[in-house]
Write a protein that binds this ligand. Sequence first.
Ligand code: NAD
Ligand code: GLY
Length: 370
Amino acid sequence: MTTILSTVPIDLGERSYSIAIGSQLLGNPATFAALPNATSAFVVSNTSVAPVYAQSLIGALQERYPRVHLITLPDGEAFKTWEVLNQIFDALLTNGADRKAVLFALGGGVVGDMTGFAAACFMRGIAFVQVPTTLLAQVDSSVGGKTGINHPLGKNMVGAFYQPELVVCDLDTIKTLPQRELSAGLAEIIKYGPIADLQFLEWIESHLDNLLAREVAALAHAVERSCQIKAMVVGQDERESGLRAILNFGHTFGHAIEAGMGYGKWLHGEAVGCGMVMAAHLSQRLGLVEMAFVKRLTALVRRAKLPVIGPVLDPKDNAGRYLELMRLDKKSEAGEIRFVLIDGPGTAIMRSASDVLVREVIDTCCTDLL
Ligand code: NAD
Ligand code: GLY
């Protein structure tokens, strides 16, 4: 039975929208009833997700729109490129899309980021809807309007802030997610506790087994609270001129791990999980948080089946390689790395730290002493 378990509003003035969270949503025409009329709908998905979920979504949309088309992209981060983006434009133009066409992103963060960017660019901007099917996409990437593609010289380097009309988080899709992808999503859920909500961190600690078992009630609360926190942050700082950067807790170390290992070796969420442990250690070294909290966070990340020991990126000068990669982070200013740190449990700040201290943290975190 279709159930909307909760709705989270994103308050961005004329760009406001809502996130529907529940069960059996994507196959129900009622889910999409409040969307504005459109001349045609295009479901953008990939070769793994489309065979499982596209028919159901297309069936619902056919009751709403005169024409519905499916665009199937290759699956994987390696295909988040100009060439594949162009396949979306080719399909839109070949099938007569106009300014009143609407795109539906059906898939994880890769499909969501690419579809959003295509919507931002096509005819200078058309409507789009996010239908995220990974936990990571439901709690993070589908919300807040960051869209884009990768450049050979850097991840997510080309893109736009462009908000969807609606986000539909159908929790049933999480049932088919591979275990590693589930854990990657848990990393982004855990992230919200230390930076913004200690009570939520406690809730995750006591419900982690329910989340690992993919229980709908637990998933519903985790997705709802994560989206509420993200909505609160994005509502204050849509274009990341300050506050929004706290959503990157664990990402500075994590991006270095992803790049240093070679993209795809560690999943983004796995690198973020380990990166949060490293950022917590740095916070402790700077006197911002007790070691007891670092151990607590490490234990939770480990229980979520995420790595907690940093990989060695260069046996000759491991810390030097991390530092080199972290200087390329988008938050760096004039070559100075800006870290998101925990300033007491439940609060985040942005700070730089001396290379000496960062090297000590990397040396500690890349051994199995944790
Ligand atoms: P992904 O999109 O690659 O999906 C992971 C894998 O799961 C893929 O193979 C996909 O086909 C498969 N999959 C998706 N849904 C499934 C389902 N229900 N059942 C079975 N398999 C399924 O990865 P992701 O973790 O969802 O997203 C990562 C991307 O998101 C990265 O490109 C990252 O840069 C981006 N991102 C963007 C933001 C943002 O704010 N826009 C935030 C975080 C991450
Ligand atoms: N995922 C970080 C952000 O949306 O800002």
